[in-house]
Ligand binder design. Structure first.
Ligand code: PMP
Length: 369
């Protein structure tokens, strides 16, 4: 073993003393900590993936389609069918998870000497990817109840004039969606201040009570909507994220993407999953019901719950959230401590997993009374 530490290496100053992103990957009976879909892919889809991968394997001596045209076409069809707005292949870009989509966007529109803002608590990777791309990070405000205070947010945008504005809706880890009018107002504030790019992260939108913000793309060339197959499609292991935007945005990310970034295996696997969209999205309805059940039962037990439009629920309040996280873990259930003081987050799992979680927190409540 080497005893050289990161800080002994000539790493960039902003990486010194930092730790990598890491939800603990613990071997626990019930894992409800990373907002995954609890259902394995259906067997006919597994078969279809095997078939398409076998076919693609014969061509692995060649580089994959660098522009992933067939996949982007299928994603555009999915968005058009479900998002209430017509998008074509030129509007869509795909990468290895929406994290990579966000990284490419920050490489293209952020970078040294530039800044990005997000309204926190929100998805912590936005700030981490900003740091990784040398983009300055501004932590924008939220109210006590985790909604965005429009006036305060507009003021922050006017003051800092960020190059990139992140709006996560439904938000992670709090679960609440951002009203359409707020997004429109923030876009306008961002255009008046800079103009900047506005990234609407819709990773959880399929679980929302409301509609996608895709129709807002019309006439807003600085707006980007990012999506993922990790949640609603139940394919976190696939690593496939995508965006919809003006074709010029797609041209811009192509300036920074690595050539052949999406392997041929990834492309055909995602295509196979998209062939089974209807079956996969059936689980979404079931998970929404379980999400609502979790929220109702948590309230009945006596916890506070943040209104959720996602496949998870934020609950509290705890005098010490980390202690509570540990007590729930001791009862065999892994939830997430996102570092929001007083609150924890639980992903909607199967009914049996959710029952196990509810038993654990009921138990915890009794112990704390
Ligand atoms: N955006 C948000 C808001 C998320 O919560 C996540 C995953 N936790 C992602 C993006 C990234 O997802 P992926 O890279 O798996 O597409």
């Amino acid at each position: 073993m080497s005893d050289v530490r990161i800080d002994d290496l000539p790493v960039r100053d902003e990486l010194r003393g930092q730790s990598p992103y890491g939800a603990p990957q613990l071997d626990v009976p019930v894992r409800l900590n990373t907002n995954e879909n609890p259902y394995p892919l259906p067997e006919p889809l597994v078969e279809r993936i095997a078939e398409r991968v076998r076919e693609a394997a014969r061509g692995l001596n060649r580089y994959p389609d660098r522009d992933a045209v067939e996949l982007r076409t299928a994603l555009a069809e999915y968005l058009t069918k479900t998002g209430g707005h017509r998008v074509g292949v030129a509007n869509v870009w795909a990468a290895n998870g929406s994290n990579e989509v966000i990284q490419q966007l920050l490489q293209a529109f952020g970078g040294p000497g530039r800044t990005a803002i997000g309204f926190e608590p929100s998805y912590s990777m936005h700030a981490l990817i900003a740091r990784g791309t040398g983009t300055g990070w501004i932590s924008g405000p939220r109210r006590e109840d985790f909604t965005i205070d429009l006036a305060a947010a507009e003021e922050a945008i006017a003051e800092h004039k960020p190059d990139v504005v992140f709006i996560t809706t439904p938000n992670n880890p709090t679960g609440n969606a951002v009203p359409r009018e707020t997004v429109i107002a923030l876009y306008e504030a961002a255009q008046a201040a800079k103009p900047s790019m506005v990234i609407v992260d819709e990773a959880y939108v399929e679980f929302s009570h409301g509609a996608s913000l895709l129709p807002l793309l019309e006439g807003r060339p600085h707006l980007v909507v990012s999506r993922t197959m990790s949640k609603a499609f139940g394919a976190a292991g696939l690593r496939l994220g995508y965006l919809a935007a003006d074709p010029a945005v797609v041209d811009a990310v192509q300036l920074v993407r690595l050539p052949y970034h999406l392997s041929a295996i990834t492309q055909v696997t995602a295509l196979a999953a998209l062939e089974h969209t209807d079956t996969l999205l059936k689980y979404v309805e079931q998970l929404k019901q379980e999400r609502d059940r979790l929220a109702a039962e948590l309230r009945a037990i006596g916890y506070d719950v943040t209104e959720s439009d996602a496949n998870f629920v934020q609950f509290g309040r705890f005098a010490d959230a980390h202690d509570a996280w540990r007590s729930i873990l001791d009862r065999g259930v892994l939830v997430r401590d996102n570092g929001v003081p007083g609150w924890l987050r639980v992903t909607a799992g199967t009914p049996a997993e959710n029952d196990a979680f509810l038993d654990a927190v009921r138990d915890l409540k009794k112990e704390q009374e």
